[in-house]
Design a binder for this molecule. Structure first.
Ligand code: NCD
Ligand code: ZN
Length: 348
């Protein structure tokens, strides 16, 4: 039995840090084991939409990194593309250090009430072309909300749009974020090398049953919603297959307990404090621990065309109880025992 594993520091290609006190709580949790994180722009009250926002947000994140991780953790900045985003705004954001842009179709998730409406309009395509010219990535929350469409069907309903975008922008690197269905996995596989997908840790262990099948579980509620067993099998297979089109994007999405445990609770699963340990457990169960390092630190870096992190972390086979709360935020698997523990977080 494997007792210890050494992994490169992670690239978490989909991370919500929020602002204010939550940011101060969560940045140190990710910077403990990640070399980089792609920071999502759906912040409130100020969303990250242009160059000034990027500069403002990066400063706050940098200030929240504990001193002993300052040289081994780097945020990768993004902007949100909305209907009103112009190519000029994209160019300016790039100069301010943004490396990718995120699109939320309107209304599909937390803080997407100003999201984009027509992803295939001439104006949207012009904006996406600016990303392509700059070598920036287009990150897509791949769901479509329509009347009479169940929440479980939203990802599949978006896939034709993804196919259209990949066809019209064959050199733009596009990431289908947090893929959650077998048909999503198959679509990403069928498209060219410019299209990849992130997979979260929680989508590797939850189905819809875990959200609403045994009492309502607010800390498992997220978008895209976890789906059926066949989808779960497809995600585990994709993550552990060694296919470089699939890499880690945790979508760690912290919300205060009172925003989750209430009527009309917020969507998002907070996995940051347990991510390496949870993934080690999932990959071990699939008998693919040998493929974990590529999933968390190699394929994402290759797709983003950035050098792999050289520092490493060490996990040991020791049981560890997940804390009940981090400053008012309930983590995934709170109070449960995990079989791995982080024993060294920055090995040169
Ligand atoms: C995310 C959030 O809370 O910002 N929520 C979620 O359910 N995943 C937004 C997102 O990535 O969809
Ligand atoms: Zn997200």
């Amino acid at each position: 039995m494997t007792e210890q594993i050494t992994l490169h520091r992670f690239d978490d290609m989909h991370c919500h840090f929020r602002t204010g006190e939550i940011l101060k709580t969560v940045v140190p949790l990710t910077s403990l084991y990640a070399g980089r994180a792609v920071v999502m722009p759906n912040t409130r009250p100020r969303a990250i939409l242009d160059a000034d926002d990027v500069t403002w947000y990066r400063e706050q994140i940098l200030a929240a990194i504990p001193p002993d991780h300052r040289d081994c953790f780097h945020p990768l900045m993004t902007i949100e593309i909305r209907n009103e985003t112009t190519p000029a705004m994209v160019y300016a954001a790039y100069r301010a250090g943004a490396i990718a842009a995120k699109v939320y179709p309107r209304g599909v998730t937390t803080n997407a009430e100003h999201g984009m409406e027509q992803l295939l309009s001439a104006q949207a395509i012009d904006t996406f072309r600016a990303l392509d010219e700059l070598g920036m990535l287009l990150l897509i929350h791949g769901e479509r909300d329509e009347p009479r469409l169940l929440v479980t069907q939203r990802e599949e309903a978006f896939l034709p749009t993804l196919q259209q975008l990949a066809l019209q922008l064959p050199t733009l690197r596009i990431v289908l974020e947090h893929v959650s269905t077998r048909v999503g996995v198959e679509t990403v596989r069928s498209l060219g090398a410019n299209v990849a997908a992130t997979i979260t840790a929680h989508h590797l262990c939850l189905t819809l049953n875990d959200v609403i099948g045994n009492g309502v579980h607010p800390h498992h509620a997220c978008m895209p919603t976890p789906k059926g067993f066949d989808d779960l099998d497809a995600l585990i297979e994709a993550a552990t297959s060694g296919d470089p089109k699939f890499f880690l994007g945790s979508d760690t999405a912290p919300h205060l307990r009172e925003k989750k445990e209430c009527a009309h609770g917020a969507c998002g699963v907070f996995t940051a404090p347990i991510l390496p340990m949870l993934l080690a457990d999932m990959f071990e169960r699939a008998d693919r621990l040998d493929r974990l390092d590529d999933f968390v630190s190699r394929f994402g870096a290759e797709f983003y065309r950035i050098p792999r992190n050289h520092r490493k972390i060490v996990l040991g086979k020791r049981s560890w109880c997940v804390p009940a709360e981090y400053a008012g935020i309930v983590p995934f698997k709170a109070g449960e025992l995990l079989s791995w523990q982080l024993i060294d977080s920055c090995v040169c």
